[in-house]
Design a protein around this ligand. Structure first.
Ligand SMILES: [Zn+2]
Ligand SMILES: [Zn+2]
Length: 262
């Protein structure tokens, strides 16, 4: 069985007290059948330091982008394009809209989101979308910018069924995190039951959002196993089936060939 953590901030874990090294974190993950992770950048300097810290590995892929909450200052658009073209970069993001934490940067968030989609289309790389309190604008921009041409995923999905339907219509994948395991997430579990398994990904978004039974502690890629176990029960399928399907979806979306599977 092979599980993938489709979205984590691998360089953001606590390497001073909790973990010795990236090797150790990836080994903990492998012990729980999590054999591959996508390390997601949230700024351009962050991308540089992340790739330097993690290095080139067979079991880690990178995305490159500027998070909507990191737009107080503008960034170098040409540099984003240059980094996006790198062969070890499989996606643009995370990008998107976050109106919950920042209203004053909304125009900038929208412009940056559009730019990420445009570069994604140019290089045929999918976009990793973050959205909070910005449901309609997110869908509108994805549609207006023809994001169906590069495809993508809405990560850490917490939206409603109508939004899921529209994303599926756009050809997007939907990624579920530990939030689904939280006691009050009834509505999200309902939507998760509805989303077809061939369009689902699983993620940790570590170091954030640790699933039950680790809630409140630091999250790590190994815990995507707990997300997957929970989701398999919700979908009434075996963990093996869920792992096989979500890993296949991941490889398809990001055009990744994981060495251990053909
Ligand atoms: Zn996010
Ligand atoms: Zn994230």
């Amino acid at each position: 069985m092979l599980l993938v953590d489709s979205h984590c901030h691998l360089d953001g874990l606590d390497y001073t007290t909790l973990h010795k090294s990236v090797d150790e974190v990836l080994l903990r993950a492998k012990e729980r059948d999590v054999g591959f992770v996508l390390a997601v950048a949230t700024s351009l300097p962050g991308f540089e330091s992340m790739t330097q810290f993690i290095g080139q590995r067979e079991d880690v892929a990178y995305s490159c982008g500027v998070h909507p909450l990191h737009l107080e200052e503008d960034y170098d658009h040409d540099l984003l394009r240059t980094l996006a073209a790198r062969p070890d970069v499989v996606a643009l993001g995370e990008t998107g809209l976050d109106y919950f934490y920042q209203q004053e940067t909304i125009p900038r968030q929208q412009e940056s989101f559009r730019r990420h989609i445009q570069i994604g289309r140019e290089f045929s790389k999918p976009v990793i979308v973050h959205t909070r309190d910005a449901r309609q604008d997110t869908l509108d921009i994805l549609t207006e910018e023809n994001a169906d041409e590069c495809g993508g995923v809405l990560h850490c999905f917490t939206e409603d069924k109508a939004t899921a339907e529209k994303l599926l219509d756009l050809g997007f994948y939907i990624s579920l995190s530990g939030i689904m395991t939280f006691r009050n997430a009834h509505d999200l579990r309902e939507v998760a039951r509805y989303i077809p398994v061939d369009r689902l990904l699983v993620e940790t978004d570590s170091p954030y959002l640790a699933p039950v039974p680790y809630r409140g502690k630091e999250n790590q890629p190994a815990y995507v196993r707990d997300v997957a176990e929970y989701l398999a029960v919700l979908k009434s399928i075996s963990l093996e089936e869920l792992a096989e399907q979500t890993t296949r979806n991941f490889c398809q979306l990001f055009q990744i060939k994981i060495p251990t599977i053909v």
